[in-house]
Write a protein that binds this ligand. Sequence first.
Ligand code: GLU
Length: 374
Amino acid sequence: MKLTQNYKRIVIKIGTSSLLDPLGSLSQEKLLRIVEQCVKVRRLNKEVILVSSGAIASGKEILKSLANRKDLPAKQALAAIGQIRLMQYYSNLFSLFKQPVAQILLTAEDLNDRKRYLNISYTFETLLKEGVIPIVNENDTVAVDEIKIGDNDTLSAKVACAVNSDLLIILSDVEGVYTKDPHLDPSAKLISEIYEIDENLEKSAGPGKGTGGMYTKISSARIVMEAGIPMVLASSEVQEVIIRIIMGEKIGTYFIPKKEHRKRRKHWLLFITKPEGKVYIDEGAVEAIIKKGKSLLPVGIKKVEGNFSNGDVVSICDINGEEIGRGISNYSSFELNRIIGKTREEIVELGNFIYEEAIHRDNLVLKESEKINQ
Ligand code: GLU
């Protein structure tokens, strides 16, 4: 198959082992290699989100007294120390190319909660629109077990879904997925394309759930494939690996989602969720969302029914009450009631209403979805 796609939004994950020198210190040279490639991708007018590990390792370098401790408070303290250093390096290196960057630290809670998930995706959206490269890590300092994502492979997969990215690249110290463990069996072959993650593949990835293991890479592939997003697992040591992948060169292992996976997500929104309320929209809005594939703006809403919060799923009905789709509302019913029928300018005057759309296109599914190829 042809792998060259017009990837516009790319999430790149880089693991700790790919950032350290042989003595275990953060390697400026390796960081620079990643930074240079990210800048090149930006210059191709693509959007980049970098998920970078390395905080704890960097903390160990600074505070040797905690370096050998395995308990959570020590790790959290190390992450608190190391994260600033990591970002200092990134910020300095990216500034050599006048590339603005931002730091986003997340916990599992932020992604599980729909409202926060929505707010986070808008923050990403705003940064990306302005050409900024967000640099993401887990907020290790506050993430105790219950709210921990646990590893940055999974974090990168969830971020890729949150921002609806076109591709996830996981860079690691492995070349990709092999038929067997290449360290144990020299006949092991690199698998260049994976279309489905079956039990055998999961088993061959081993039971280890530690950070950086193959298990987390395979399960990350599953997360993004379910959302219709392809993933590439490749070695960070390959020269210009990021650019080459984006240009369509076959490097490492490609995880290729089936088309219907994206539909499943829409299926979830349309058939599995229980709408918390209804919005009745006028003919102009019906036409805009059905024929033109637009977001739903407050100006097109005639009436709001039910009591819902922002981030809740609502049913979108035409003026006769017939449901035409569903979506996740940016506003609560209370807030919507203040702005329905109003133009953008009128809403801005009211203050406090940060979103232009009542329901963003990315969070909207039409019943007749096949017709407009959503
Ligand atoms: N968040 C951790 C760190 O920055 C890394 C976790 C991982 O590598 O999966 O040190």
